[in-house]
Design a protein around this ligand. Structure first.
Ligand SMILES: Nc1ncnc2c1ncn2[C@@H]1O[C@H](COP(=O)(O)OP(=O)(O)OP(=O)(O)O)[C@@H](O)[C@H]1O
Length: 248
C-alpha cells in the first residue's frame, strides 16, 4: 500500500535528477542534476530550447520514466523507490497527465472517457461525480457527445476532466495547448489557472508558448538538461525575452 499525504505542502519534487539515454552509439544526458520543488497549489510552466530536457523532466516527475540518478517525490511518496507495479498504481491514483493530442477514445462519449480511469481502477463512479467533473470544465451539456462531435478545445477539456477525476496530487501537462488556436488556448489556460486558484490543484506544464507560460505562477527555464533560471509572476514579454536569450 502506498503512503500518501494530501496535506503536504510539496506536491512533487526532483532532487539531483540525471537522465542519461544510451543508444548503441550515443550517450545523451537529457537531465543533468535537476533539483526543483513544485509546491502544492501552484502552477509552474517549464520552458527551454528544443532538446533542453522539458519532456524528460515531465516524464521522470510523473513516474513514466526512471531517472538514471537522483530522487523524485510525488504526494509524499518517493517514486524512485517504487517498483513498476507500485509506480503504475501511484500514476493511476495520484498523478494526472494531459498531452498535446487529447488521447480520447473515439468510440466513447465524453462522460465515458472521463470515467474510464476509475473504471480501469475497478471503481464505480457515480453519475453525479462524472457530471461534476464535466461541469468543472464547462462541459455539463456535452456528456453524451463523442470526441468527433466536440471542438479541439472541448476535447482537451474532456481530457482535463479525465485527468482530474482521480483527484491527483499533480496534473502534468505536456504542451496542452499545442494543437489549439489562440482563442481556444486561452480558454483552456484560463480553466487550468482557475483549477489552481479555486481548487488548489498543482499543475506542471511544459510549453513553448510565452503566452501560455504567463498563465503560470512561475516559469522554470531549462537549458542542456539544467535549471538555468526561474521567473515568478511571469509576463509573456519577459518569458519571450528570457527564452530568446537562452536560444541565442
Ligand atoms: N528515448 C530517448 N532516447 C535517446 N535520446 C532521447 C530520448 N528521449 C529524449 N532524448 C534526448 O534527450 C534530450 C532531451 O529531450 P527532451 O524531449 O526531453 O527535450 P525537450 O526540451 O522536451 O525538447 P522539445 O522542445 O524539442 O520537445 C534530447 O537531446 C533528446 O534527443
Amino acid at each position: 500500500m502506498l503512503a500518501t499525504d494530501q496535506t503536504t505542502a510539496v506536491a512533487a519534487a526532483l532532487h539531483g535528477v540525471r537522465k542519461i539515454y544510451r543508444t548503441r552509439s550515443q550517450r545523451v544526458t537529457a537531465l543533468d542534476g535537476v533539483t526543483i520543488v513544485f509546491p502544492a497549489g501552484t502552477f509552474t510552466a517549464v520552458m527551454g530550447p528544443s532538446g533542453s530536457g522539458k519532456s524528460t523532466l515531465l516524464q521522470c516527475a510523473a513516474g513514466l520514466d526512471s531517472p538514471t540518478e537522483g530522487t523524485v517525490e510525488v504526494a509524499g511518496v518517493t517514486v524512485t523507490k517504487l517498483n513498476e507495479t507500485q509506480r503504475t498504481l501511484l500514476r493511476r491514483d495520484r498523478i494526472g497527465f494531459v498531452f498535446q493530442s487529447f488521447n480520447l477514445l473515439p468510440s466513447l462519449t465524453a462522460a465515458q472517457n472521463v470515467e474510464l480511469p476509475l473504471r480501469l481502477a475497478r471503481r464505480r463512479p457515480s453519475g453525479a461525480q462524472i457530471r461534476d467533473a464535466l461541469a468543472a470544465v464547462g462541459l455539463a451539456d456535452r456528456a453524451k457527445h463523442r470526441p468527433t462531435e466536440l471542438s479541439g478545445g472541448q476535447q482537451q477539456r474532456v481530457a482535463i476532466a479525465r485527468a482530474l477525476i482521480s483527484r491527483p496530487a499533480v496534473l502534468f501537462a505536456d504542451e496542452p495547448t499545442g494543437a489549439l488556436d489562440s482563442t481556444t488556448s486561452r480558454e483552456v489556460l484560463t480553466l487550468l489557472r482557475g483549477l489552481v486558484d479555486r481548487e488548489r490543484q498543482t499543475i506542471v506544464m511544459v510549453t513553448h508558448d510565452p503566452i501560455a507560460a504567463s498563465y503560470a505562477h512561475r516559469v522554470v527555464f531549462l537549458a542542456d538538461g539544467r535549471v538555468v533560471g526561474q521567473l515568478a509572476d511571469p509576463t509573456a514579454d519577459a518569458v519571450a525575452a528570457r527564452l530568446a536569450h537562452l536560444e541565442s
